[in-house]
Design a protein around this ligand. Structure first.
Ligand SMILES: Cc1ncc(COP(=O)(O)O)c(C=O)c1O
Length: 380
């Protein structure tokens, strides 16, 4: 059953996660993991709506953290320890993080050696790995390409020519972003060429995130074949840690038109949401979010969409609407769950949208409403 939500009861801005769509993604991901015989874990950096963690835990093998707070959230709300990778672990946080992690991945040999003695004496149950940098990626935007020349993320092959330091069980690479299985295949060929000499000596390989297996047209059978072949060849456990794929196209951001301003004939819909505060990737990546009721061809109803902050660039260039838009209209921004809610800010003190769930049985629940105190408490 596919329900269409009725958003008329929403009076303020809101992210709305559709439970049914999330379940559909999780089912697909679980089938890949079962057919390929790999572990798939949720990358919290992409989706951290923790009230959904018990559901996620039914389908996936846990979660990966990139910080102490993410690891704590996994521990508290998913009820398991984390597979942890931090770009740089600090002495201050290390013990707490180690106590709630089952795997720890290090971004440099230096960092691993700094903590090795502590790990071996106090946390012998933790399986340690190194993040390596294949120096190859199909990602074209540098902001999202961890393998660009000079990257700080992952160890270059030349530093591991002579093998791995004692105590390392696994290798981790992350080189994809919204990619397909054919991109993974090319990346794996480079990874094997550069790090193949180490692969027979490890227990596991974590192939990072960026596997957008829930996007329409993704060839999951090809992915399964690739993973099986790799596993067979090196006799290693494989872990994938997607974020986007889990919450891909699972919900909307609902906004309202508060005013319409006209400057030299350019009409801007002033809304109660902000691109910089509530959809930052639209400016960072950048990309144009889909909006319900707009078309590609030109119409008489052309409007810019204005964010509510005072940042000059907090707007999207003209969209063509099928119908005239009036003050009070709702705007529905599509696919606004992954990498949005986790990245919001309260810049300008702008009101944070509610976080809502559209349940499988058709109810629209407000799970979280933000208050002035949320803003105030961040400042002091
Ligand atoms: C180390 C690591 N793992 C996993 C992910 C999740 O990637 P995605 O959400 O594209 O699947 C990221 C994203 O930046 C990452 O940096």
């Amino acid at each position: 059953m596919t329900n269409n939500p009725d958003y008329s009861s929403l009076t303020g801005a809101a992210y709305v996660l559709h439970e049914e769509k999330l379940i559909r993604n999780l089912e697909l991901i679980r089938s890949v993991k079962e057919e390929a015989g790999v572990s798939i874990i949720l990358a919290l950096k992409g989706f951290a709506m923790w009230r959904m963690f018990p559901l996620v835990a039914k389908y996936l093998d846990g979660a990966t953290a990139s910080s102490l707070f993410e690891a704590r959230l996994i521990y508290e709300e998913m009820g398991c320890k984390a597979h942890t990778y931090c770009a740089a672990y600090t002495d201050r946080e290390f013990d707490e993080l180690a106590s709630i992690s089952h795997h720890m991945v290090f971004n440099s040999v230096n960092q691993y050696l700094h903590f090795r003695e502590k790990l071996q004496s106090q946390y012998p149950q933790i399986s340690c790995g190194l993040r390596v940098n294949p120096g190859f990626s199909k990602v074209e935007v540098d902001m999202y390409n961890p393998t660009a020349p000079g990257s700080r993320l992952g160890i270059d092959a030349e530093h591991l020519k002579d093998g791995l330091p004692e105590g390392i069980d696994g290798l981790h690479f992350h080189a994809l972003c919204e990619n397909n299985s054919y991109d993974l295949e090319e990346t794996l060929a480079v990874f094997e060429a550069k790090f193949g000499h180490l692969l027979h000596g490890v227990k596991w390989v974590n192939m990072g995130g960026g596997h957008l297996m829930t996007r329409e047209g993704y060839d999951t059978e090809h992915l399964v074949r690739l993973l099986r072949q790799f596993k067979e060849k090196y006799q290693v456990e494989i872990i994938l840690e997607p974020g986007s794929a889990i919450a891909w196209q699972t919900g909307d951001l609902i906004a309202h038109v508060v005013d319409i301003v006209d400057n030299h004939g350019i009409k801007t819909l002033m809304t109660d949401v902000s691109f910089t505060a509530h959809m930052p990737d639209t400016l960072e990546m950048p990309y144009r979010p889909g909006i319900v009721g707009t078309v590609d061809s030109e119409t008489p109803y052309r409007y810019r969409i204005g964010g509510t902050s005072c940042l000059s660039g907090d707007f999207m260039y003209e969209y063509n609407f099928e119908h005239e838009v009036k003050i009070g209209s709702k705007l529905i921004f599509l696919d606004m769950i992954h990498y949005t809610i986790v990245k919001t800010t309260m810049f300008n003190g702008v009101h944070h949208p509610d976080i809502c769930l559209f349940t499988r049985d058709g109810r629209l629940e407000i799970q979280r409403r933000f208050e002035y105190s949320d803003y105030k408490n961040r400042m002091n």
